[in-house]
Each structure stands twice: as structure tokens, then as C-alpha cells.
Design a protein around this ligand. Structure first.
Ligand code: PHE
Length: 469
């Protein structure tokens, strides 16, 4: 998008929406949402997650879009311009965003590596005659279970690293050759294809014996098992899912056309994103119950169930290959926006040419990301090391979604709600008065000022045990 350094904007609101959706839709929908709903207890988690999407994520996305379009700059430059102060502490949000991007990329590139590996495995027929047991074994092999007992140079340890590095080579190449535009065009084709394939998965899953139990799990709301940690995880997922609190959407907002309605675009993006997540959930949970997989199985849930969905189905192997290929595309799209954050931050802040900045970032991500690849399972090569009681994989995930992004989002909402003048905010939300949506703008401003930031703080304090909800 901004790979050539030119700020050329998007031809239409639809194009800008699609690109923002390209960042939002990714492994979060297909991998993370289902497994977290599984570990979070099903329906209750879903309800809490949706609450955070509407009361926290959407107001923050509106704030990011407003800040981005008002300034027509990325996160660092935007705060400098809007405050009129080149040394404003608000540009620290840009730094925090770069930090979040790194933390996410460390484990995201690893999971994307598993998806690449599954795409390859599907192409070579590894999933023919798959059973619940062999699916579990295949996943264990993919993530390097038992690596702690092996030497670093064994295939157990090196295979997941190989795929992760391949992911980074692909993403780095796309960024440095400046073909992101082409990829984004590809995503616009791939996204509907992924949608269609998910619908096929759902139909198949719903016709499996015992599918009803999966639906009951997904829609039966029981708040009894909800802990402060589960509430925080649901809020973190809302940030992660919609790529918020780190400046990504500020950059995308800066490309919106003047006539785009920023007060409703985030709602559309969030609803489209929820639809894709729900399709993934509707494909996975009936299968989980039909085959007797543990719903709280964790990060392996997608990788164990999807091969089972397609087993014993006409063209199953071909569809399975298509499924992982499209998931790989969605993951690549999200990663382009992730690597973009530290790349533009680094090139603006330290005057490093974009290409070099992209390369440096991919190397950093690869070097640290190896720690995630070796710790996805406790028995992995680095699985024995724990920091703050967590392995690296979980730590990177936790710090980004549950700490850095909420803090960034809080600051962004405060900036839009308090630092920007009421008239300035309304001007941007109403496209200089042409939309006549004063009432809606006033409502959004109330959310930005009194609801969203308060919720973020309350949930963080609740998780820390400082207050009790
Ligand atoms: N939203 C992406 C997903 O769900 C992940 C992401 C987070 C992308 C933050 C960019 C920034 O897969």
C-alpha cells in the first residue's frame, strides 16, 4: 500500500474497507477465535467477546480512523500533526504499536508456519484416512512436541522453524518488492473464496452425527465458569481480532476517502469479521463433538478438527488443501499489516529506507520468533523456559493482546475523546457536516470518553485482582 512511499489513498470506500478487512481477517478468526471460545467455555465467552467488540473495539476503531484520516499520516506522524508538537508524548503510541506488532509476529509467524506446513501436507495426501488419533499425532509432529529431548538440529525442532522462516521470507519479499498492492488485490478474490469454503465446511460439519452438541456448546450461555482471566482474554481477542490499539487502523484510516462514513465503517468491518469467525466456529465445534475431541484442546483445535471435517467427503483432500491455502493467504494479508507497523515506524523514526527496515524487521522477528516455535508445547525445545510463569509462545500472545494493545487502545480513545476538540471530532465524523449525523457523533463521543476507556481499565484491574467485578 504505502510501499512506494506515496500516499495515494483508495479509490473508494469499499476498497478501503476491504483493505482494513484484510488486516482484521486472519488466523484470529480461523485459529484463535475457535480455540479461545473452546477454552473459555463456549457460549458465555462468545457473549462477552461480542460485548467487547461493540463497546470497546468499535469505538477504538472509529478513533483510529478519525485520527488517521484527519492527519493523513501513520501512527507516529499522526499524533505529531494533530497535537502540533513534533515531540509529543502521544507519538509513544507509535512505539507501543511497533512493540505490539513484534510480539504478535513472533508467534503469528509460527502459527502461519503450521498453516503452510498443513497446506503442503494436504497437497501430498498426508490426511487421507485421518482419524482423531492420527490428527493429534500429526499436529504434535508439526509443532515440535518432544523437542526438549531432541537435539536442536533434529527435524523435530527444525521443522516448525523451517516453516516459520519460510513465512517470513514470503512476507518480507512481498513487502520489499512493493507488490503489496497486488497481494491486496489477490486477497479481495481469496476472501470470498475463503468465505465460500467455510460455508461448505459448516454444511458438512452440521450434518455430522452429534453436531447438535457442538451448537449447544457454542450457544449455551453459562456465566458460572467465567473468571477475570477469561474476561480479559475475551477483551484481548477483540483487540487482536480487529487489529486495534497499535496504529494499524490509524494508517488505514489515513487512506480513507473524504466521503467515507467513519462512524459506520468500523461497524461493517466488525460484523463481516464476526461472520467469518462464527463460520469457523460453526465448522469446528460440531466436528469437535462428533469426533470426541476436547473442546478446550487449545491452539491445536483447528489443526486437529479441520482434517476430520473433510475426511470421508467427496473431493475432501482437494478441499482441505484449498482450505489451508486460503487460510495461508488470509494470514499473509494480516501479516503484511503487522510488519508494516514497525517498518514504517522504523523508517520514519530512524530514517532507514523502507526496504532495509522491512528486512531488519523480518530478521528480528525470525530470530526471536524461534523461541515461540520451540515453546508452543511445554515439551518443545524451549518449552521448559518460563517467564512470568508462561512459556514464550503464550507470553508473546498474552503481552500483546492483554497488555500492550489494551493500553494502546485506551490511549487512542482518550486522545480522540478528550484531546481532540469536540468540533474537530464531529467535523471528521460528519465529513465536514455533510452527513448530518450529530446524534450519532455525540453518542460515539460518549463511548470514547466514558465507556471504552473505563471498561479497559476496569477489566485490566479486575484481572490483576485489584478490584473485583
Ligand atoms: N487481526 C489479525 C487476525 O485476526 C491479527 C492482527 C493483529 C493483524 C494486529 C494486524 C494487527 O488474524
Amino acid at each position: 500500500m504505502s510501499t512506494n512511499g506515496k500516499r495515494d489513498g483508495f479509490s473508494s470506500t469499499l476498497a478501503a474497507l476491504m483493505v482494513a478487512l484484510g488486516s482484521a481477517v486472519g488466523l484470529g478468526n480461523i485459529w484463535k477465535f475457535p480455540y479461545m471460545t473452546g477454552t473459555g467455555g463456549g457460549g458465555a465467552f462468545l457473549v462477552i467477546y461480542l460485548f467487547f467488540v461493540f463497546c470497546v473495539a468499535i469505538p477504538i476503531m472509529i478513533s483510529e480512523f478519525v485520527i488517521g484520516r484527519r492527519s493523513r499520516l501513520n501512527a507516529v506522524g499522526a499524533f505529531r500533526k494533530l497535537t502540533g508538537n513534533p515531540r509529543t508524548p502521544w507519538s509513544g503510541i507509535g512505539f507501543l504499536g511497533a512493540l505490539s506488532s513484534y510480539l504478535i509476529m513472533f508467534f503469528y509467524s509460527c502459527v502461519a508456519g503450521w498453516v503452510y506446513s498443513y497446506t503442503f501436507k494436504a497437497a501430498t495426501g498426508a490426511f487421507a484416512n485421518i482419524t482423531k488419533e492420527s490428527a493429534g499425532a500429526l499436529f504434535a509432529e508439526t509443532i515440535g512436541v518432544g523437542g526438549a529431548e531432541a537435539s536442536f538440529f533434529s527435524s523435530t525442532v527444525l521443522a516448525p522453524i523451517f516453516w516459520q522462516v519460510l513465512v517470513l521470507v514470503v512476507v518480507g519479499t512481498i513487502i520489499s518488492f512493493g507488490v503489496a498492492r497486488g497481494i491486496e488485490r489477490a486477497i479481495k478474490v481469496m476472501m470470498p473464496a475463503l468465505f465460500a469454503l467455510l460455508v461448505i465446511c459448516v454444511i458438512r460439519a452440521l450434518t455430522l452425527p452429534g453436531a447438535g452438541d457442538g451448537l449447544r456448546f457454542l450457544f449455551h450461555v453459562d456465566f458460572k465458569q467465567v473468571t477475570p482471566a477469561v474476561i480479559l482474554a475475551a477483551m484481548g481477542l477483540a483487540f487482536f481480532k480487529l487489529s486495534l490499539g497499535m496504529g494499524t487502523m490509524i494508517t488505514y484510516g489515513s487512506y480513507f476517502t473524504d466521503d467515507a462514513d467513519l462512524s459506520v465503517s468500523p461497524l461493517k468491518i466488525a460484523i463481516a469479521d464476526i461472520c467469518i469467525s462464527m463460520l469457523a466456529g460453526l465448522a469446528i465445534f460440531p466436528t469437535v463433538f462428533s469426533f470426541g475431541v476436547e473442546p478446550g484442546a487449545g491452539p491445536g483445535l483447528l489443526f486437529i478438527t479441520i482434517p476430520l471435517v473433510f475426511s470421508q467427503m467427496p473431493f475432501g483432500q482437494l478441499l482441505l488443501f484449498a482450505f489451508f491455502l486460503l487460510t495461508a493467504f488470509a494470514a499473509n494479508g494480516a501479516m503484511l499489516s503487522l510488519v508494516e507497523v514497525p517498518t514504517s515506524w522504523m523508517s520514519e523514526e530512524f530514517n532507514i529506507p523502507r526496504k532495509r527496515a522491512a528486512l531488519i524487521n523480518c530478521v528480528i522477528i525470525g530470530a526471536v520468533g524461534i523461541l515461540a516455535a520451540g515453546s508452543a508445547d511445554g515439551s518443545g525445545y524451549f518449552g521448559g523456559i518460563s517467564v512470568f510463569g508462561k512459556g514464550f509462545f503464550d507470553l508473546f500472545d498474552y503481552l500483546s493482546s492483554n497488555v500492550a494493545m489494551p493500553i494502546g487502545g485506551f490511549c487512542i480513545a482518550i486522545f480522540a475523546g478528550y484531546l481532540m476538540k469536540r468540533g474537530e471530532l464531529f467535523d471528521e465524523l460528519s465529513n465536514h457536516g455533510t452527513l448530518h449525523n450529530e446524534g450519532r457523533a455525540a453518542f460515539i463521543r460518549i463511548l470514547m470518553r466514558y465507556v471504552t476507556p473505563v471498561l479497559v481499565v476496569v477489566i485490566l484491574l479486575n484481572a490483576l485482582g485489584i478490584i473485583k467485578l
